[in-house]
Design a protein around this ligand. Structure first.
Ligand code: ZN
Ligand code: ZN
Length: 253
């Protein structure tokens, strides 16, 4: 399975401002920067977009993506998210003011988007991948996803503080090879991490023990202002198999 965290700074750098993972070039997990890919052909290859929640760093470029890849006809991007997230996106973004109502403009012969509601613990198959939405703990209703190609599985907890159901399900998958795991704040902002449903290094270290399995822990979602501080604190914990994501790198997992 090929996984890439798309760059989200100008020019591209290690700073992560937005969230978009591409899996095998066909599935996007979140749409923070996928609509900013310079290569429109890459945008067109994205056929399915899973939204983990409605925070703007996860949806920022969705209107741009749908605009960019639109061509007259019934072929379009499928947007997969929990029904409340689909509702927020429609009402608050594609509302005819912030952006055209691509939902209302889509009909049987001409479509900008198809919206598919998903539910936690109900797997679905897209682009040859089994995608299992799992609940996480982020202050707003948010999901993580487990993506499994039958040979390898990769876990994307998205934004989450301490949580449990996600790890039970991820840990039950014998093919699990890697987790793209958030650590948003340094320990000096532990309280802020707690109230906003995020991790800091000390809670990260406790959290990963919930998974009784050797995997690659690939750290994502460091707030750029604190990225070096978070890296120092995590490195000091001596966690095995820990690495920091390189935006734009294609991870073959
Ligand atoms: Zn969030
Ligand atoms: Zn986020």
């Amino acid at each position: 399975m090929k996984v890439e965290l798309l760059p989200s700074s100008v020019p591209a750098s290690e700073a992560q401002f937005l969230v978009s993972f591409l899996v095998n070039d066909a599935l996007a997990i979140d749409a923070g920067s996928v609509g900013l890919l310079a290569d429109l052909g890459r945008q067109e290859r994205v056929r399915h977009v899973v939204l983990t929640h409605e925070h703007v760093d996860h949806i920022a470029s969705l209107p741009i993506l749908l605009e960019n890849v639109y061509q007259p006809g019934s072929d379009c991007v499928e947007l997969l998210a929990c029904s409340d997230v689909l509702d927020f996106i429609h009402r608050d973004v594609f509302n005819g003011r912030v952006w055209p109502d691509f939902f209302a403009l889509s009909n049987d012969v001409d479509r900008f988007v198809t919206a598919t509601p998903i539910r936690v613990l109900e797997p679905l198959v897209r682009a040859g991948l089994t995608i299992t939405p799992l609940p996480v703990s982020h202050g707003v209703d948010a999901i993580g996803v487990l993506v499994d190609d039958g040979t390898t599985a990769v876990a994307f907890p998205s934004d989450s503080g301490p949580t449990d159901v996600f790890w039970r399900h991820a840990g039950a998958c014998p093919r699990l090879a890697a987790v793209f795991m958030e650590c948003s704040f340094p320990d000096s902002l532990r309280e802020l991490a707690a109230v906003t449903g995020h991790h800091c290094p000390s809670t990260f270290a406790i959290e990963i023990r919930k998974l009784d399995r050797d995997v690659r822990w690939i750290v994502v979602h460091r707030k750029p202002r604190y990225a070096a501080e978070i890296a120092r604190e995590l490195a000091a914990l001596g966690i095995p198999n820990l690495e920091f994501v390189v935006p734009g790198r294609a991870y073959e997992l």
